[in-house]
Design a protein around this ligand. Structure first.
Ligand code: TXA
Ligand code: MG
Length: 327
């Protein structure tokens, strides 16, 4: 890794894309408002969508948050470094630019050697959203970042493909009952086990996590989620209607006409999650109009069923986005 260069870029207010276990982040010094504004500009992201602050360890939560509940310490001890973001009351020193003017801040210690080395050498927090243009699919390789952001990012650290492949779980810990704002790399069951009580699995009210309600995580292709036994009929119908069709499913089953782009997610949800965003990008690079998707099956329980839930959540969001007209 080009650590010295990364530190120099961050020090002068530049942007460094770095790998995490979930997806690549587009990082800026969280204490430098001008640098953080650049992140919004490059992403094309609305200013009221807060950024997650990434830390090298969970030992100094009190520098970033106040009124920290014991639940936060429990989760930090068990799930960090890892794919969990905690939303806490922000410390007064945390900038409005980072939090989108909110009184809360999202914090996470990512579990990736390159990210941890960078964060620990940097010492401060890195405000970092996923390193994609606003509303598009998150990047899970350095090449994805380069394809999306090109020269708008000063440095891309290549840490190989991301292990988890979908974003972190976000949990808000500012109210009476912890609330999941986004399901991701850590399952609700794991969180409930750590806390010894149940949590709210769905945030209520408008935009508790801005960016979570709109269609998001979407490729250009229209996504249709179907059950396995309806797949072949649906593909046939779309082909007759003249669509360029792609299929994403856990494993190849049955025969498809040669013009259908077949993508395989994988039989366990963890593999499917790891490949998901690469498959969505491949559908686009093959100019697929409609991607018909059979989601992963949550067979194994535990982590795997948590990741199945995260994949299904992303697929449903992608399916909501504006695609072409019905066929
Ligand atoms: O896995 C991840 O979380 C990746 C890697 C890079 O860490 N990051 C990521 O960031 O997915 P981003 O910005 O693409 O998505 C973070 C989501 C956004 O929907 C944002 O609105 C929400 O988290 N969020 C951040 N801080 C928040 C806060 N204080 N309150 C409510 N939502 C918050
Ligand atoms: Mg994102």
């Amino acid at each position: 890794m080009n650590l010295a260069k990364a530190l120099a870029v961050l020090g002068r207010g530049g942007l460094v894309a770095f790998p995490t276990e979930t997806v690549y982040g587009l990082g800026a010094d969280a204490s430098n408002d001008e640098a953080v504004r650049k992140v919004f500009e490059v992403k094309g992201r609305p200013l009221d969508h807060p950024l997650i602050v990434h830390l090298g360890d969970g030992g100094h939560l009190d520098l970033w948050a106040r009124d920290i509940p014991n639940d936060a310490h429990l989760l930090a001890d068990t799930c960090w470094p890892g794919p969990l973001t905690m939303v806490l009351h922000r410390h007064p020193d945390v900038s409005d630019v980072v939090t989108g003017g909110r009184d809360t801040v999202g914090l996470r210690v990512p579990n990736h050697p390159v990210a941890l080395e960078l964060l620990r050498a940097f010492g401060g927090g890195l405000a970092a959203p996923s390193a994609n243009r606003f509303g598009r699919v998150s990047p899970t390789t350095a090449a994805h970042v380069h394809d999306d952001l090109g020269d708008d990012v000063d440095l891309i650290l290549d840490g190989g493909p991301c292990e988890v492949g979908v974003e972190s779980t976000i949990i808000e810990l500012t109210g009476e009952t912890p609330t999941i704002l986004r399901i991701g790399g850590v399952s609700v069951e794991t969180i409930e086990e750590v806390l010894g009580r149940s949590v709210n699995a769905k945030a209520e009210g408008p935009a508790r996590a801005p960016g979570m309600l709109e269609a998001h995580y979407a490729p250009r292709a229209r996504i249709e989620v179907v059950e396995a036994d309806g797949l072949h009929d649906r593909v046939g119908h779309l082909l007759v209607a003249g669509r360029r069709v792609g299929v994403l499913m856990p494993e190849k089953s049955g025969k498809f006409p040669a013009e259908v782009k077949v993508l395989i997610g994988g039989n366990d949800a963890a593999t499917y999650a790891r490949r998901l965003y690469t498959c969505l990008r491949e559908a686009d690079s093959n100019n697929v109009d409609v991607l018909v998707v059979v989601p992963p099956t949550a067979g194994l329980g535990g982590t795997d069923s948590g990741l199945a839930a995260a994949v299904i959540d992303r697929l449903n969001r992608a399916a909501v986005s504006a695609g072409d007209s019905e066929a």
